[in-house]
Design a protein around this ligand. Structure first.
Ligand code: FBP
Length: 552
């Protein structure tokens, strides 16, 4: 098979492990910390996880390995959206497992949780693993979004695991997948299967983060990839001086990705969903905020700029989420068919006008027709508006265009406004992992095996102190229940890992806030360039600005 020179070179890259894991398996001992408690709702979580709750934090140290010598057969899955570094979690896990005992076995279950349910797996060997080391993507075994949450599913997983002689399962996923890992671990313990379950923190969104998990893997590479592209666009904008670029970036509800890209590239505008929600900003306020920047820059002769829009922004605009709730009601059940049967957009528009409250209709009427139609056409299997498909980059550029037209008529704005639109998401999810992600992921996988060999279950593989060089990283584990609280999901109270949104009093946001007024008017663009894999460590091994600010 043909491979690129970079792919070939990356196969040969040796990921860096935390110092305490570097001397070889025989020299890794464990230190248990104090018992833990969940972040909230302690009594409820304890009652739901009687076998796995309250366990201690784990740290690995250099010292004689005292783990039980037994053959391990481990199953691994990749779960949810792709994130750079998943292949390295698997290679780290494989290397630790084989270094401990060459008879140990690693099975990769295909297509995410479905693989565990359908008993569809491959057995890894050196040749297989070597073809994926330090590469992006999840194509080694694929991924999937099936939720593992019912007792029937757990029974099936347990039966398949037993059939294959599994001693442990590793789930590589985000907050939902690791919530499932905790529930599966509890089931396995309660049923006395002896099968351990360990999670690894993945997601480019950066929202699986807390006082224990400093970053989810993939965030570093994905944001560096988007920042490279945004920096290139900024340079193009500053060269041509004729376009305003509206760039939507992935990240689901949280705005960590948008904020990190803004810290890396210093655009004129970056919206932060969490701020919009806290300040209860209206569409008009957001529009005016962007239009002010366009107007001020035009007054200086700069009819160009760059605005970053987080994927989940519209959900955070209170009037918009109220509108979406009304639309979902309006088209509930059979009414969708009635609506779809209407002969023209005008007839549909009249139906909408008659069905929405005046305040919701006023918001609807403000939207560009393309977005209005999107709200009614793109619907999920339950008939709900698919918020993530709303082209918010186009929504805001249209609203700004309309506002500028008014300002032009009033004589306050004399510039030219030519918007262009971009959406960066899938471009970053399968990039070759940065050295940071390659090292971090390999360490998470290696460490996951150490947790298995020392008999732990219901733990998240934890590697901390990651803003420092890898030598100083600290390897260990944290009970997943420590990160859990009770939240309302689909009309029921559920134990879930608390999602981390952007903290408005956190250092990354504060830094952005302190600078954004200047960035909005002046041209302060910075150009991060492509991820560098080789060269000085000061260029190749740098972590995100978010992490540097949080830990600095
Ligand atoms: P995870 O939360 O599973 O890591 O997925 C992240 C993500 O990339 C989001 O940023 C994005 O909204 C979503 O996946 C897209 O999902 P899909 O791959 O199903 O289109």
């Amino acid at each position: 098979m043909d491979i690129s020179p970079l792919q070939k070179a990356r196969y040969e890259y040796s990921p860096k492990l935390p110092g305490m894991l570097r001397n070889g398996i025989a020299d890794i001992c464990v230190k248990e910390g104090a018992a833990t408690q969940s972040v909230a709702d302690q009594e409820k979580i304890k009652a739901l996880f009687p076998n796995t709750y309250g366990k201690p934090e784990i740290t690995f140290e250099k010292g004689a390995n005292t783990s039980e010598a037994k053959k391990q057969v481990v199953g691994v899955i990749l779960s949810g959206g792709q994130a750079p570094g998943g292949h390295n979690v698997i290679s780290g896990l494989y290397d630790a497992l084989k270094a401990t005992n060459s008879e140990n076995v690693l099975l990769g279950f295909k297509g995410g949780p479905d693989g565990l349910l359908k008993n569809d797996y491959v057995e890894f060997d050196d040749k297989f693993i070597d073809a994926y080391r330090n590469t992006g993507g999840f194509d080694i075994i694929g991924s999937g979004r099936t939720k593992l949450e019912t007792v029937e599913q757990f029974q099936t997983v347990a039966a398949n695991a037993k059939e294959n002689g599994l001693t442990a399962i590793v789930i590589i996923g985000g907050d939902d997948s690791n919530t499932n890992a905790a529930t599966l671990a509890e089931y396995m313990a309660a049923a006395g299967t002896g099968i351990q379950v360990i999670g690894c923190p993945k997601t480019i969104d950066g929202d699986l983060k807390n006082e224990d998990i400093e970053a989810s893997f993939g965030f570093d590479t994905a944001t560096k990839t988007y920042s490279e592209l945004i920096g290139n666009i900024e340079r193009d904008a500053n060269s041509a001086k004729k376009y305003w670029h509206f760039v939507k970036v992935m990240g689901r509800s949280a705005s960590h990705v948008a904020l990190e890209c803004a810290l890396e590239t210093q655009p004129n505008i970056c919206l932060i969903g969490e701020e919009v929600a806290t300040k209860k900003m209206s569409l008009a306020q957001i529009t005016n905020y962007i239009a002010d920047s366009v107007e001020k820059r035009a007054a200086n002769g700069n009819n160009f700029g760059v605005a970053i829009i987080p994927e989940g922004i519209v959900e955070f605009v209170p009037e918009f989420s109220a509108l979406i709730a009304e639309i979902n009601e309006l088209l509930a059940g059979a009414k969708t068919e009635e609506f779809n049967a209407l002969p023209s957009w005008q007839a549909k528009y009249d139906f909408i006008k008659a069905g929405l409250t005046p305040s919701a209709f006023a918001v609807f009427d403000l939207l560009p027709v393309g977005i209005q139609q999107q709200l009614f056409l793109e619907r999920d299997p339950h008939g709900n508006v698919q918020v993530s498909l709303i082209e918010s980059e186009k929504l805001f550029s249209e609203l700004v265009k309309n506002e500028l037209a008014k300002r032009k008529a009033a004589g306050t704005y004399k510039g030219k406004f030519s918007p262009l639109h971009h959406f960066f998401g899938y471009e970053g999810r399968c990039a070759f992992p940065s050295n940071f992600d390659a090292d971090y992921c390999y360490s998470l996988g290696y460490n996951a095996f150490m947790l298995i060999s020392y008999g732990y279950t219901g733990y998240l593989s934890k590697v901390s102190n990651i803003s420092k060089p890898a030598e100083e990283w600290i390897a260990g584990g944290m009970p997943i229940t420590k990160m859990m609280n009770i939240e309302r999901r689909n009309g029921a109270d559920k134990p879930v890992i608390r999602k981390a949104l952007v903290e408005l009093d956190g250092k990354p946001f504060k830094f952005f806030e302190a600078n954004r007024e200047t960035w909005a008017v002046e041209t302060c663009f910075t150009y991060p360039g492509a991820i560098q894999y080789y060269g000085p460590s000061s260029v190749c091994d740098i972590t995100t600005k978010t992490l540097a600010l949080e830990k600095g």
